[in-house]
Design a protein around this ligand. Structure first.
Ligand code: GCB
Length: 666
């Protein structure tokens, strides 16, 4: 009897364990609307950025504000408030350790006026560029919207919640807690401290879990019947002289329901000089193709003398009797992407990526949008001759995506899945949703040339195979016009995800995490690993991370870990490997880790944060930046015949003809 009972218990345990392991490919909720807020003849936009009021909840009582309805009145009536800038991470604004390391909920509110003129014949929308990680929003005490997932926008209609010609209040509760079913994952635990117990947030990823209202908050109006979605895909004829823009427009509104057949869109395409080059009208399906003769293709930086060429597409929505209902304008870059088992091409030309992994990170503002920083970063990217970056390890601001379009910088667009492990159904659903939200947001950007579905997922684990098959296939079903990659650090021998990708990216820290300090153990290992990935999957390969922590100003000769000399030498050993690999064609890119130093959680391996930046956190070059600049431009000249900046080399001596011939004219 006892034996029977214990077998039953063991059987039930195994069944329970097995059920937890089963993951299925379920439908996930898809996003709607969310066109970037732009003013037009029919739309007004108002920013709610500024200084908001802020309250931090007690860590041990994170839901108190909900129970006590702090959203029913001004926050100042419930708790003492402090000023908090929006957009910004809240962590580094005050001098308090408790706020920097806070786990759980915080509250924001502010007042704003809505003009009386907004009351009639239109709709009003509230849109957040991103709140990390989960947001709950109330307008005048009424629940308006909830959203889970950092780094991605969300919006809701607030027409019926607003008071027109009067003052309104917006309240936001933001929760930064990361658990095993959030993207990214984390763990919350209660740990004894000197005063009793405290809540600890741990995570394996290597950047500080900054939180708050990270990007701009907008109110904007649309007509009652309006353009809700625009999706475009572009391609060029074989000789790049004719461009094609496939478009489809979705409409929301009463006129759409009542008189569907009466709606149509008129599309006008303007070139950079503002000259109209196409004017066409759709049928009732609101989709079609624009043909652009004498096309100006969108080229990446240094691949062409006029990179980042953008047209402007004006979309006019018309109703019955040709009534103009709505106008929305979108920048469009004409380009064709193609890839095979050996190459990745743009407009028929093979691409060799030279770039960075980056972070949205800076002193004081954390991950908050900062236009000064964004423009400085693009200036540095162009100064150094890079043509690409990966949005490691989450989607970057929409403003930076627009900037990349304009400057011809190619983007590998990554969702927020980092160090993903312990695969489960809830995680899969959210991971897919993060990709859906990302693709929905970024699908019209010419700069986005690849989707990255994860960074360093534990792809050797049980279930990794099924999990990544579902994630990759879902991504492909949403957009088949761009290849899919993931930055993998699992040894190629154990990896189970690569076969679902189009391009293999791998991260490896030779001479840093492995064989620390051994310069003689870099080049061949990089060549061998890249070759092994290519042999295993027969796909193009990118080295998506390599590098070394470097303390600015530390000089040691011969090079020693953490010194500026060491970073330069590690780079140089990799360059040698990349040059050997480039000859094999299937090796298509090199990305340094990282563009700039950035903040991490506290750890004895991090001196004030991760110092693998080529630039400091204040965006000044370390010694290796000058070396990298020479390489990136030299590659640009060899691969894409770009011209070299005059100040690329410092004058040393007039070497005369003989030496010049030996070393080439660089
Ligand atoms: C990695 C991660 C990145 C880290 C980096 C490092 O492999 O992808 O997030 O910051 O290593 O410096 O350890």
């Amino acid at each position: 009897m006892a034996l029977w009972l214990s077998s039953l218990v063991i059987g039930l345990y195994i069944l329970n364990f097995t059920l937890a392991l089963i993951i299925v490919n379920k439908d996930v909720k898809t996003s709607r609307g969310m066109l970037y807020p732009r003013e037009s003849e029919t739309r007004e936009v108002r920013s709610l950025d500024g200084i908001w009021n802020f309250v931090c909840s007690d860590e041990t009582n994170p839901t108190q504000g909900i129970r006590d309805k702090w959203f029913d009145d001004d926050l100042s009536k419930s708790r003492p408030i402090i000023p908090m800038p929006v957009p910004a991470s809240y962590n580094d604004i005050t001098t308090e350790r408790s706020l920097r390391d806070h786990v759980g909920t915080v509250w924001y509110d502010r007042k704003f006026f809505v003009p009386r003129s907004w009351e009639k014949d239109q709709r009003v929308w509230l849109r957040f560029g991103s709140v990390h990680y989960e947001a709950f929003v109330w307008i005048n005490g009424e629940s308006a919207v909830k959203h889970e997932m950092g780094h991605l926008p969300f919006e809701t209609e607030v027409t019926h919640l607003l008071k027109y010609g009067a003052e309104n209040r917006i309240t936001v509760m933001c929760d930064n807690a990361l658990i095993q079913t959030t993207v990214p994952q984390g763990k919350i635990s209660e740990v004894a401290n000197d005063g009793g117990v405290t809540i600890i947030q741990s995570y394996t990823f290597d950047f500080f879990n900054y939180a708050g209202i990270h990007r701009s908050v907008h109110l904007y109006t649309t007509p009652k019947t309006f353009i809700e979605e625009v999706e475009i895909q572009t391609k060029l004829s074989d000789n790049n002289s004719v461009g094609y823009i496939d478009y489809s427009v979705a409409v929301n509104g009463t006129a759409a329901n009542e008189a569907e057949n009466a709606l149509y869109v008129r599309l006008k395409l303007f070139n950079r000089e503002g000259v109209q080059v196409v004017n066409t009208t759709s049928d009732g399906k609101l989709e079609g193709t624009l043909k652009v003769s004498n096309a100006m293709p969108w080229w990446p930086y240094l691949m062409h003398s006029d990179p980042g060429y953008l047209y402007e597409l004006e979309i006019q929505l018309h109703g019955a009797n040709e009534q103009l209902l709505d106008v929305y304008r979108l920048k469009v870059g004409l380009r064709t992407l193609s890839w095979s088992n050996t190459t990745f091409q743009i407009n028929g030309k093979p691409v060799y990526f030279r770039g960075f992994g980056r972070h949205e990170d800076s002193d004081v503002r954390g991950k908050g949008l900062d236009n000064a920083l964004m423009v400085r970063d693009f200036n540095l990217i162009k100064w150094i001759g890079a043509n690409a970056y990966r949005t490691s390890h989450y989607p970057y601001s929409e403003e930076s995506m627009q900037f990349a379009d304009q400057h011809g910088i190619m983007i590998i667009d990554e969702c927020p899945s980092v160090d993903t492990e312990n695969y489960n159904q809830a995680l899969l659903d959210k991971h897919k949703s993060s990709l859906e939200q990302l693709i929905h947001r970024d699908r019209n950007h010419p700069s986005v040339v690849m989707w990255s579905i994860a960074n360093e997922p534990r792809t050797g684990q049980l279930n990794a195979d099924t999990y990544f098959q579902f994630v990759a296939n879902y991504t492909r079903s949403l957009d088949s016009s761009r290849p899919i990659t993931a930055a993998i650090a699992t040894p190629w021998t154990d990896d189970k995800a690569g076969r679902y990708l189009d391009i293999i990216s791998f991260n490896r820290y030779n001479a840093w995490y492995s064989n620390t300090g051994r310069m003689d153990m870099v080049t061949q290992r990089v060549i061998d690993e890249a070759t092994a990935w290519n042999k295993k999957y027969g796909k193009p390969v990118i080295m998506s991370e390599y590098g070394a922590d470097t303390l600015e100003g530390l000089h040691l000769q011969p090079s020693f870990v953490w010194s500026e000399e060491f970073q330069s030498e590690v780079f140089s050993r990799h360059f040698k490997a990349f040059d050997a690999l480039r000859r094999k064609k299937w090796f298509i890119g090199e990305f340094v880790w990282n563009f700039a130093d950035f903040k991490t959680a506290q750890s004895y391996t991090r001196v004030g944060g991760n110092k693998k930046g080529v630039f400091t956190r204040a965006r000044q070059p370390k010694a290796a930046a000058h070396l990298l600049r020479q390489r990136y431009f030299a590659l640009g000249r060899e691969v894409d015949q770009c011209s070299l900046p005059e100040d690329l080399f410092t004058y040393i001596v007039d070497v005369g003809g003989s030496i010049k011939n030996e070393s080439g004219d660089l």
